[in-house]
Design a protein around this ligand. Structure first.
Ligand code: 3PG
Length: 402
């Protein structure tokens, strides 16, 4: 078990790690779901007179979504209905100056922690605790609060480093998401369980098939993982085209696991039989037999949608991780929206996760109340389902033991 913010004395200087990593288009944040949740934690901390510096990330170096957190500070301010100061620095002189002038109930937002050396490579907590980032910031605060459940599966400095050097506490979002997602794993069902796997981070979902084969009867694949499985099945797709870097590195790292999962008898793995692409500005569809390596496929096709929604209608429980197409573009939202609508209409237990997937519910006016649970997390949520430990939770537990 770990300490939570209930265990904090009032009036402390706190470093609060949150996860407001969001879909970003042309540099602009598209979804504020995570902000709304973390604002609740921060509101509670402010009420207890704490001085708060917020640490967060956005995107990864090399991606279009890797941007400054200046607008994130503004969005958080809107949710808190009070000013949030932003400093374009994370632990350098400018940041330290701003941290030193923090008064009780103030909220300061530090720059994207993934711009700092030492944050990103996956390494042991002991190594992370020695980084300049962790050393410098930990000496400025009385305690560290980790509210970033959606990043709890990453062994990054801002997640696993601090609990080794400063008192560490779970925030409300961390506590609530962790408990709810662990509870899902413990539920047993008599009828069929179906899981929809999509999104772009196939490395987070590929291992899930083997690990959940005993509880999931049907996996329905779309998005990047769908294409990689079709590639393993001998089709000419799932390659980087048009300068995208989505497929080849994930293929190289996971093709063996994909082949094993494709041959498994322990569960049914369903792949798209048709796909959608863009032709003259419109949506066009093709059977997988007719696919071409140089085309970008952006959604599952209508026949696949029918096959998947039939499975959903027969299921007692449905888990979703990731959209099955590029749903941000209305032309390629059919797969994701029809699947979510089928789940909303079905008489089943349903859990939807995926960093950006929850955004599709809002974007297409679906009702969140039609689902049993919508997690704001992606990778951390599927890891909780498989019963795998989360580096961020382990670190909080170690911190609590002192
Ligand atoms: C997420 O959105 O799933 C988390 O913020 C983690 O982001 P990452 O997959 O880039 O580590």
């Amino acid at each position: 078990s770990f300490q939570t913010i209930d265990d904090l004395e009032p009036g402390q200087r706190l470093l609060v790690r949150i996860d407001v990593n969001a879909p970003v288009e042309d540099g602009v944040v598209q979804d504020d779901r995570r902000f709304a949740r973390h604002a609740e934690t921060i509101r509670e901390l402010r009420a207890d007179d704490h001085a708060i510096a917020v640490l967060a990330h956005q995107g990864r170096p090399g991606r279009d979504t890797f941007v400054s957190l200046e607008q994130h500070a503004e969005i958080l301010a809107d949710h808190l209905d009070r000013p949030v100061e932003f400093v374009a620095d994370t632990y350098g002189d400018e940041a330290l100056l701003a941290i030193e002038s923090l008064e009780r109930s103030d909220v300061l937002f530090l720059e994207n922690v993934r711009m700092c050396e030492g944050e990103l490579p996956e390494e042991e907590p002991e190594i992370k605790a020695e980084t300049e980032l962790v050393r410098t910031l930990s000496s400025e605060f009385d305690a560290y609060v980790n509210d970033a459940y959606a990043t709890a599966h990453r062994s990054h400095a801002s997640i696993v480093g601090f609990p080794l050097v400063v008192g560490a506490y779970a925030g409300r979002v961390m506590e609530q998401e962790y408990r709810a997602n662990t509870a899902i794993r413990e539920r047993a069902f008599d009828g069929p369980v179906t899981m929809i796997l999509g999104g772009t981070k196939a490395e987070d979902t590929i291992p899930v098939i083997e690990r959940l084969a005993d509880i999931v009867d049907h996996f329905c694949l779309g998005g990047v993982i769908g294409e990689l499985f079709l590639r393993a099945d001998g089709y000419d797709l799932g390659y980087d085209v048009d300068g995208t870097e989505l497929f080849d590195h994930q293929w190289e790292a996971h093709s063996e696991t994909i082949r094993d999962s494709l041959e498994t008898d322990a569960t049914e793995v369903m792949l798209p039989t048709d796909l959608a692409y863009e032709a003259d500005g419109d949506r066009a569809e093709t059977a997988v037999a007719g696919i071409e390596k140089q085309t970008s496929y952006l959604d599952i096709g209508s026949e696949t949608i029918d096959r998947y929604t039939e499975r959903i209608a027969d299921s007692e429980a449905v888990y979703v991780k990731g959209g099955v197409g590029v749903f941000e573009d209305e032309r390629f939202a059919d797969g994701t929206v029809e699947i979510l609508s089928a789940i909303a209409d079905a008489d089943c237990v349903s859990v939807v996760g995926g960093g950006d997937t929850a955004h599709s519910i809002e974007l297409y006016d679906l009702d969140e109340d039609d689902f049993t649970r919508v997690s704001i997390a992606g990778g951390a949520y599927v890891r909780a389902l498989t019963g795998e430990s989360l580096a961020g939770i382990d670190a909080l537990e170690r911190g609590s033991r002192g």
